[in-house]
Design a protein around this ligand. Structure first.
Ligand code: NAD
Ligand code: UGA
Length: 318
């Protein structure tokens, strides 16, 4: 049997780099694509790929999927499309053009490139941000999405594109709605990374509102496992919630980090920025039934892993 070949877009990013490692460990050949956008320091993204680049079954293509001639991309068995402009709170104003470019146009171009290919699966990284402040918790996939941020609109547009190429051309597209993913290599703009960095440096952290907002935080290994299983079992066109299985308030997470890092947080409260929903909570029935996936890492274990990683990056704290 020939080995499978996967294309991973956004391969140098937080979730993408973990997915590449998971696929290589599975014996899959991987072509990674990344444009090393400057939303955060590209040097961090290069460091994310040090392991894979030492593996002869990994190849990296550095290109902007919104500009490059995509005919040069290889024929593969499966596409994992994670490249995007992330970040809920930064998607207002002039920045919206960046979001439509990377999240909508890029997705459409990639779908055009692969629509005639005989893919086993086209897996798209969607987001809990498509729900906004949902009408129901836990939120099932078939509730009418109602984004609360421009970012959420672009992720939903990308998701619709994936599913409509499925209905029109038979492309086996699957959209995974990840719920706030955390763990080692988390993006530097995300809450837990910001909290760890500030606490280890003795700086003040900003908590939006009173900290009672909550998320169905998902450990990165669980998100990656669901992504892998979506290739094997995803069917399509289909959407799946990928949540961590518990609801945690931001202030509870800060208290846990204080214990894990042995540092008392200096806290400044700031007004809740526009676009930030109060609560997310995944209904995981479909994930469990169709993909056979049950998240295995709870917040205590997951935050301990992120805190340990942050200590190595930023030093010991006190
Ligand atoms: P990330 O920014 O770390 O990774 C995205 C990568 O895509 C970056 O390395 C970037 O350089 C690359 N990229 C962006 N535009 C590109 C383009 N036009 N061409 C080539 N490469 C491009 O983000 P992440 O947190 O790893 O998120 C990965 C995916 O998961 C994104 O689609 C995001 O919307 C989605 N998602 C993330 C979370 C989360 O909590 N991290 C939650 C829900 C959904
Ligand atoms: C995250 C990702 O950034 C998005 O790319 C992704 O699409 C989204 O999850 C999702 O699940 O759809 P977010 O939930 O805002 O978005 O993730 P964090 O940045 O980790 O924020 C978590 C919570 O901490 C939010 O409620 C936010 O209000 C709060 N926060 C964040 C603070 O109180 N202070 C900060 O400095 C940062």
């Amino acid at each position: 049997m020939t080995e499978s070949h996967a294309l991973v877009t956004g391969a140098a990013g937080f979730i993408g780099s973990h997915l590449v490692e998971r696929l290589l460990a599975n014996g899959t050949r991987v072509t990674g694509v990344d444009g090393f956008t400057d939303y955060y320091d590209p040097a961090i993204k290069r460091a994310n790929l040090i392991g894979p680049l030492a593996d002869s079954r990994f190849r990296l293509l550095e290109l902007d999927l919104g500009e490059a001639d995509l005919a040069t991309l290889p024929e593969v068995d499966v596409v994992f499309h994670l490249a995007a402009q992330p970040g809920v709170r930064a998607s207002w104003g002039a920045e919206f053009a960046t979001y439509t470019h990377h999240n909508v146009l890029v997705t459409q171009r990639l779908l055009e490139r692969y629509r005639e290919s005989r893919l086993e699966r086209f897996v798209y990284a969607s987001s809990s941000s498509v729900y906004g402040d949902a009408e129901r918790y836990p939120t099932p996939e078939d509730l009418l999405p109602r984004p609360f941020s421009p970012y959420g609109v672009t992720k939903l547009a990308g998701e619709h594109l994936v599913l409509l190429y499925g209905r029109n051309f038979g492309l086996p597209g699957v959209a995974l709605r990840y719920f706030t993913v955390y763990g080692p290599r988390q993006r530097p703009d995300m809450a837990f990374h910001r909290f760890c960095r500030a606490m280890l440096r003795g700086e003040t952290i900003a908590i939006y509102g009173d900290g009672s907002q909550s998320r169905d935080f998902t450990f990165v290994a669980d998100a990656v496992e669901a992504t892998f299983l979506a290739w094997e079992r995803g069917g399509g066109p289909a959407t799946y919630n990928v949540g961590g299985g518990s609801q945690v308030e931001v202030r509870e997470a800060v208290a846990l980090l204080e214990r894990l890092l042995g540092v008392k947080a200096k806290v400044r409260h700031e007004p809740t920025p526009p676009g930030d929903p109060l609560r997310t909570r995944a209904d995981s029935t479909r994930l469990r039934a169709a993909l056979g996936m049950v998240p295995s890492i709870g917040i205590e274990q997951g935050l301990a892993a992120e805190a340990e990683w942050a200590r190595r990056l930023y030093g010991e704290g006190r």
